[in-house]
Design a protein around this ligand. Structure first.
Ligand SMILES: CC(C)(COP(=O)(O)OP(=O)(O)OC[C@H]1O[C@@H](n2cnc3c(N)ncnc32)[C@H](O)[C@@H]1OP(=O)(O)O)[C@@H](O)C(=O)NCCC(=O)NCCS
Length: 131
């Protein structure tokens, strides 16, 4: 039992189940759909840190380690790994519970994305100073 992969104990940013409209004719989910969900998940801690709107400036790395299937329960974990003057870099890890079963868990995707805090004119804005 102990060598079974387990979901991280920290809170996940996003949980979603791909539908048939998100897949190709073979039932594998489109990579672009997963990239969109990863972008959303990563933007959550980034916009919290920025205390406002952010724009994605870069996808630094993106690895599809395993396929994703319709009906997988996907859990997205997003952690800030670096901050700059205006930017927040986030690591996103995605786990799939096949057929939504906790005991059938695989890590499917790893990505690193950078977001920039922006003002109402969509220009870069300094991150707020932390207390
Ligand atoms: C986000 C945007 C406002 C930033 O404006 P910019 O003038 O290009 O930004 P800057 O050159 O001042 O860089 C801003 C920050 O991004 C970082 N950055 C720039 N290019 C980067 C890259 N390729 N990878 C990682 N970080 C990068 C800079 O280091 C800087 O960080 P820092 O302030 O923490 O040091 C602008 O690029 C933009 O609007 N891009 C489109 C965003 C978008 O629409 N995304 C959705 C997908 S279409």
């Amino acid at each position: 039992m102990s060598d079974l992969l387990q979901l991280p104990s920290k809170p996940c940013a996003l949980r979603v189940m791909p539908q048939p409209s998100d897949a190709n004719v073979h039932g594998d989910v489109f990579g672009g759909w997963i990239m969109a969900q990863v972008d959303i998940a990563g933007s959550i801690p980034a916009s919290r840190r920025a205390n406002g709107r952010v724009a994605t400036i870069a996808v630094n790395s993106f690895v599809f380690k395993q396929p994703v299937f319709v009906g997988d329960l996907l859990s997205f974990y997003a952690d800030i790994v670096k901050t700059g003057n205006t930017s927040v870099t986030v690591s996103v890890e995605v786990y799939a519970q096949r057929m939504s079963l906790a005991e059938d868990l695989v890590k499917v995707t790893e990505a690193i994305l950078t977001y920039v805090a922006t003002d109402s004119d969509r220009r870069p804005r300094a991150l707020p100073v932390l207390d």
